[in-house]
Ligand binder design. Structure first.
Ligand code: NOJ
Ligand code: NOJ
Ligand code: CA
Ligand code: CA
Length: 691
């Protein structure tokens, strides 16, 4: 009785619970929805006048959360095998129309992060969306824009809504009268450097100064509100345009409060490979939308400018450059690129691309309407309303079969990729995690090929095509020694063969989040952990276990010093798993601090970095020093600055170094700089270079 009373009285602060695993998306298939364009389930919430149109794609068109709920309830997603919906940013957006006739239907022009966008629904509708989704085994991922508010001009207060941002209805600041100093006032970026893109406006969007304490607190409080609402994932907009340091504090805040899978958008054009993008994915604690993957599959199957040899190079290269390649979020198109399906083209290339996407490494995302062969070139043509909900299209059936396979066969979520046969037209690849194996063969050329000398880890036997011949696949014969009997792969054929056998030996497939301070919650997934709790080790240190099952262990990060640890599961029978490498233990929860160093003159090719006495500052290892520092926008050479994430309440010691492109290091002379990080908020520390 007492317990009951307590439960009721604390219900207002209780977090929505669900059975879905919020940090591991290895068995999920995501579906990306532009909420306004998906389905209008409640015409009564549609805007009126200038904001609304049934024909102008720049206006609101009526789609809402009720519409998504309706489609969850009628089985559109579950039959499609979809287990996660990425929806438009749910927060209130501006109401004014941009001089070019644009509106905020896309959700990227926030006005108040603590309110809902009324044209999508109210908080009651949002709660219903979460509940209906969770009771159907579906996760909800929200888009989030911490880089900017909305379009604004420094000199024209009447321009749109002047970038104004509100906290539950009360004005914090607007762009031209920035009372709290929450915005950058450096004009628009010309995209000429990483620094320029971070500290200047992205187009005409009022850019946040994320080091501002009021804003930092407001954005972090806001994301707590949506985490409390029960969201299961966050897609962070424009991560290339915010400092990595501040974003590390954002993800750390999320992972300390309620860990959910968080992935960023770092746009890359066709053929673009960016080591900064890789570094961000490996160090920030966030995954990324995998544009390198997306652009490559488009080059092979959409524009047909490249072939499977190029694709295989990308698979090889990214398996090294992304430490957690299976956690990057893959796609063939999205709302910022032309749709994969061309008006004049047959459906075949879209179908083949979907089959490859859904069997490749990474968490696959289907852009709404691709299963209905929706077409459209650039924005807003690529965001047309959903044309219908036909479950019989071939694309729908292909997605359904493979999304279900992803749930039943761990090879797709956890497996490595091995190329088994490749030429310009043909690509045959194997995904393997222990005794879970999926082999996919595609011939996108115009001729049939005889496949000889192919090896596989599939055991001896005959395998039927998982796609049931939807793309003309046949069965495969494997001989005892792992050689495949010669077979014909027809033009435009795709076949998928699989086997899944559970294994009793402990094997880790996924750890998430990959960074956290002692006390934070981390989830380990895989198989063969046994039903009786054993140990989880961070190097040699045992973690305390919250829950334990044969495939999932929830634990708290042990009290060890900051650093990278190898995580291992040891079963109750003392059998050790593989080591899952480089799980980052932070020294304490992270705060954003701007480090400024004056009078640091350098020779051509040299840059300034900081290195210090914690994991966050590289533990005195100059290869892990933080930087290169910036010296153009917020401060100018010979003053340098960099926004870093550092452990709260910690006595830091650090030095600045000069490093050139060959890695030669010049240390500052004298004693270390010292600084104790505050308990909360943000800070700026300024030093003079010690020659
Ligand atoms: C990237 C988003 O995907 C795009 O659609 C948006 O306009 C910009 N970021 C600005 O938020
Ligand atoms: C920057 C370091 O590069 C990175 O490895 C680390 O994750 C963060 N700081 C947070 O400590
Ligand atoms: Ca509506
Ligand atoms: Ca920015």
């Amino acid at each position: 009785m007492v317990v009951l009373v307590m439960m009721y009285s604390s219900s207002s602060v209780m977090k929505a619970t669900s059975d879905v695993n919020k940090v591991n998306y290895s068995q999920d298939t995501i579906y990306q929805i532009v909420t306004d364009r998906f389905h209008d389930g409640d015409p009564s919430n549609n805007p009126e006048g200038q904001l609304y149109s049934q024909t102008d794609l720049h206006k609101y068109m009526g789609g809402d959360w009720k519409g998504i709920i309706e489609k969850i309830n009628d089985g559109y997603f579950t039959d499609l095998g979809i287990t996660a919906l990425w929806i438009s940013q749910p927060v209130e957006n501006i109401y004014n129309v941009h001089p070019e006739g644009y509106t905020s239907y896309h959700g990227y022009w926030a006005r108040d992060y603590k309110k809902t966008n009324p044209f999508y629904g109210d908080f009651e509708d949002f709660d219903e969306l979460i509940n209906v989704a969770h009771s159907n085994g579906i996760k909800i991922i929200m888009d989030f824009t911490p880089n900017h508010s909305s379009p604004a001009l420094e000199t024209d207060t009447s321009y749109v809504e002047n970038g104004a941002i509100y906290d539950e209805g009360s004005l914090i600041s607007n762009y031209s009268n920035d009372t709290h100093g929450i915005f950058h006032h450096n004009e628009g970026t010309d995209f000429s450097s990483y620094e320029d893109g971070i500290y200047k406006n992205l187009y005409d969007l009022a850019d946040y100064d994320l080091q501002n304490e009021v804003l930092d607190q407001y954005l972090k409080d806001s994301i707590e509100l949506w985490l409390d609402k029960g969201i299961d994932g966050i897609r962070v907009d424009a991560v290339k345009h915010m400092s990595q340091g501040w974003q590390e504090t954002l993800v750390n805040h999320i992972y300390s409060y309620q860990p959910v899978f968080t992935f960023g958008e770092w746009f890359l054009g066709q053929g673009e490979v960016d080591t900064k993008n890789h570094d961000f994915a490996n160090e920030s604690g966030m995954s990324l939308l995998d544009f390198q993957y997306g652009q490559q599959i488009r080059a092979v199957l959409m524009s047909e400018e490249e072939n499977w040899l190029d694709y295989q190079d990308m698979i090889e290269e990214t398996s090294i450059s992304y430490q957690e390649v299976n956690d990057q979020v893959t796609f063939i198109d999205n709302h910022d690129m032309s749709r994969f399906q061309k008006e004049s083209a047959s459906n075949l290339n879209t179908e083949m691309a979907l089959a490859v996407l859904l069997t490749s490494r990474g968490v696959p995302t289907i852009y709404y309407g691709t299963e209905q062969y929706l077409t459209g070139e650039s924005d807003p043509e690529n965001r047309k309303p959903m044309p219908g909900f036909d479950k019989t299209t071939k694309a729908y059936q292909i997605i359904s079969k493979l999304a279900h396979l992803r749930k039943s066969n761990l090879a797709l979520g956890y497996g490595k990729t091995t190329e088994r046969w490749v030429n310009e037209d043909v690509y045959i690849y194997e995904r393997k995690f222990e005794d879970h194996i999926v082999v996919t063969a595609i011939n996108s050329g115009e001729n049939s090929y005889t496949i000889t000398n192919m090896n596989t880890d599939l055991p001896e036997g005959t395998y039927s095509d998982v796609l049931d011949g939807l793309l003309n696949g046949n069965s495969l014969n494997v001989d005892g020694d792992g050689t495949v009997s010669e077979f014909e792969l027809q033009a435009n054929e795709v076949a998928v063969w699989e086997i899944t056998v559970a294994n009793d030996d402990p094997k880790i497939g996924h750890v998430g989040p990959m960074a956290g301070q002692p006390g934070n919650e981390i989830t380990v997934n895989g198989e063969g952990f046994g039903d009786t709790p054993g140990d989880v080790l961070f190097d040699d240190n045992g973690a305390s276990i919250t829950t334990w099952s044969d495939s999932e262990i929830v634990l708290t990060v042990p009290e060890v010093s900051g650093g990278l640890y190898d995580v291992k599961v040891v079963t109750a029978d003392s059998v050790e798993s593989n080591a899952y490498l480089n799980v980052e233990v932070l020294t304490n929860h992270l705060l954003p601090v701007r480090i400024v160093v004056e009078q640091a003159s350098t020779n051509y090719g040299e840059d300034i970095y900081v290195v210090g006495n914690t994991q966050e500052l590289g533990n005195w290892d100059t290869d892990k020093a933080i930087g290169p520092f910036f010296n153009q926008v917020m401060y100018s050479y010979p003053t340098w600055y960099y926004d870093v994430s550092v452990p709260a309440d910690y006595p830091l010691e650090y030095k600045f170094i000069k490093k050139d492109t060959e890695g030669n290091v010049i240390w500052e002379s004298g004693t270390n700089h010292t600084y104790t990080v505050p308990s909360e908020g943000t800070d700026v520390i300024t030093s003079i270079w010690r020659d």
